[in-house]
Write a protein that binds this ligand. Structure first.
Ligand code: MEV
Length: 289
């Protein structure tokens, strides 16, 4: 029996633009998914195409038990975390000998297959390696870790990442002269933000700009706007949609002493608040219990 866990993630900058080869900056965060894999003679098929994809990719059969702290379908990378942790647990239990790099690549291939080609390697890379990662096209670079204090607001409005990605693709096709400059501007914000990762006040300003540009792309939602404004009014340095939008989550960057004030402001808008920070470990082995 082998138990591994992997963290979720937030996009700090560049979601959607990353689908078009622009830079994206994402950070691994504390909620984790725990996966236990066991060799069995009579395995059942899992109910998740991600988990079936993991066993198929590794060429073995076994049973799996999942315990997740990450709300699913919220844009916090739960499917990537499940995939990365499951591959790592299979790798350990069956002594397959894959590296962390191999696991990240395999997890991305599985996500791409399940999501019918609509995935960037962001979630799987961040979940495998932890920390803050800059993704540009096929390349990924770890940025220096920062102790950023975040409050995530889960709007609890359901959304579909692939639908939102498709919606932006349609808008880009019908209005390239408007959408292309918006994607360029998001790229500009992400590139500028890289130089201010240790300056939360400045970083917050860039998050606000990125939010406005995501709204312009049409991935906003009234409840997300409400949460973003509530967080800013409560004193956050900045706040934005994180992930695909249309529902799901927003993220606010705060000074440590006001984290709980911002969390209460988000909860007062009938949303769930998660106070969190960076995870620097990525996927890791857990003691079996
Ligand atoms: C979804 O969390 C972020 C998107 O950029 C899609 C992706 O990067 O796979 C919208």
């Amino acid at each position: 029996m082998a138990t591994w866990s992997a963290p979720g993630k937030v996009f700090l900058f560049g979601e959607h633009a990353v689908v078009y080869g622009k830079p994206g900056i994402a950070m691994a965060i504390k909620p984790r998914v725990f996966v236990t894999v066991r060799k069995t003679r009579r395995p059942q098929r899992a109910k998740s195409p991600y988990i079936d994809g993991c066993f198929d990719a590794m060429g073995v059969i076994g049973s799996v038990y999942i315990n997740s702290q990450i709300p699913s379908s919220s844009g916090l990378g739960s499917s990537a975390a499940v995939t990365v942790a499951t591959l790592s647990a299979i790798n350990d239990e069956f002594s397959v000998g894959k590296s962390r790099e191999d696991i990240a690549n395999m997890a991305f291939e599985i996500e791409k297959t399940v999501q019918k080609g609509r995935a960037s390697p962001t979630d799987t890379t961040v979940s495998a390696f932890g920390g803050i990662v800059l993704i540009t096209g096929g390349s990924r670079r770890r940025l220096p870790p920062q102790s950023l204090h975040l409050v995530i607001g889960d709007s609890m409005v359901s959304h579909s990442t692939s639908k939102m990605v498709e919606q932006v693709a349609d808008l880009k096709k019908s209005n390239p002269k408007i959408v292309d400059p918006i994607l360029d501007a998001i790229e500009g914000v992400s590139l500028a933000a890289i130089h201010h990762l240790s300056n939360p006040k400045e970083l917050g300003r860039y998050m606000n700009m990125n939010h406005a540009l995501l709204d312009a792309l049409g991935v906003g939602n009234p409840q997300l706007s409400r949460l973003v404004l509530a967080a800013r009014s409560a004193g956050a340095f900045g706040a934005k949609i994180t992930g695909a939008g249309g529902g799901g989550c927003m993220v606010a960057l705060c000074a440590k002493p006001i984290l709980h004030r911002v969390a209460h402001a988000i909860q007062a808008c009938d949303a769930r608040a998660i106070v969190t920070g960076i995870d620097t470990e990525g996927v890791r082995k857990e003691k079996n219990v």
